[in-house]
Design a protein around this ligand. Structure first.
Ligand code: MG
Length: 283
């Protein structure tokens, strides 16, 4: 059973372990605040207000990268506390509301851009989308922004396999488009860096997968209504790490990268696993 690290959030998201701070950073999207939870048991505000921050990840240099619903952008936090905007527009129009972000082994940052941050007043500012699609984007290490696919209805959680050749994205758009199945979609990342070979990796008959994480053996961990659903690399369902309330996101970190941090509604739970999560920066 998971151990509870923190309670007192409203809708916690985007856990990200920051070794330099010996802390987990976690977003409370609805409370418009980010928290820092120290290995020593301390806790306190990290960014407050947080622009309704959602997903977080460390870039190749260990800097915190954050998806902001309220300002509809992906930003990087610099050592001096300054914010650098990495992406806020595509083809001259504002993004929808970047939701979750992952680091690829080549140093690129991939993120999803569904509409939740502009359709739910408690998660951002309600607005008409300026984009014609809800895409997955890639920020090249040079800073260039590319749209990678617009085949998803509402791309949400995102992860990349240990070989750097498979991209996993949560599809949560069945409520918006009944022709779509909620679940985890996998893409092959081709030799030219583009996406090909879209396939259904796991289908959900109830609930949705939100945040995703992978371990070094390639297992997929999906934050879900009943907890963390775990899948073998081939897609076989292995089981669920149950949480008291719905899980929204998760990340590995902590000692040896084996601690699985689970953001589940108002609480953060931890489980110490046998196999570490992927940590590209350690390569
Ligand atoms: Mg999400």
């Amino acid at each position: 059973m998971p151990r509870t690290l923190f309670t007192g959030g409203r809708w916690l998201e985007g856990p990200c372990y920051v070794p330099a701070l010996k802390s987990l950073v976690v977003s409370d999207v609805k409370a418009n605040r980010m928290w820092r939870l120290g290995d020593d048991g301390s806790s306190g505000p990290f960014r407050d207000p947080s622009e309704n921050a959602n997903g977080n990840v460390l870039d190749a240099e260990g800097r915190l990268v954050t998806c902001e619903h309220r300002r509809r952008r992906v930003v990087r936090l610099e050592a001096d506390g300054a914010i650098t905007v990495l992406a806020d527009r595509y083809e001259g129009r504002r993004l929808n509301a970047p939701n979750d972000v992952v680091l690829a082994p080549d140093g690129a940052l991939w993120f999803t851009d569904p509409t939740y941050g502009i359709t739910k007043a408690e998660e951002g500012i309600v607005a008409e989308p300026e984009q014609a699609a809800r895409r997955v984007y890639r920020i090249d290490p040079s800073g260039r922004l590319d749209a990678m696919t617009e085949t998803m209805e509402q791309p949400n959680g995102i992860a990349i396999a240990p070989d750097g050749r498979t991209l996993y994205v949560s599809e949560t758009g069945a409520g918006r488009n009944p022709a779509v199945a909620n679940g985890i979609v996998a893409f092959h990342i081709g030799a030219d860096g583009g996406l090909e070979g879209r396939r259904d990796f796991a289908r959900y008959t109830e609930g949705v997968p939100d945040g995703l994480a992978l371990d070094l053996d390639g297992r997929i961990y999906a934050a879900s209504a009943d907890g963390v659903r775990v899948f073998a690399p081939g897609g076989r369902f292995l089981g669920v790490i149950a949480t008291p309330k719905a899980a929204g996101n998760l990340a590995f970190g902590g000692p040896g990268g084996r601690r699985l941090f689970i953001a589940a509604t108002d609480a953060v739970h931890v489980v110490d696993m046998k196999v570490p999560g992927i940590e590209w920066r350690a390569r």
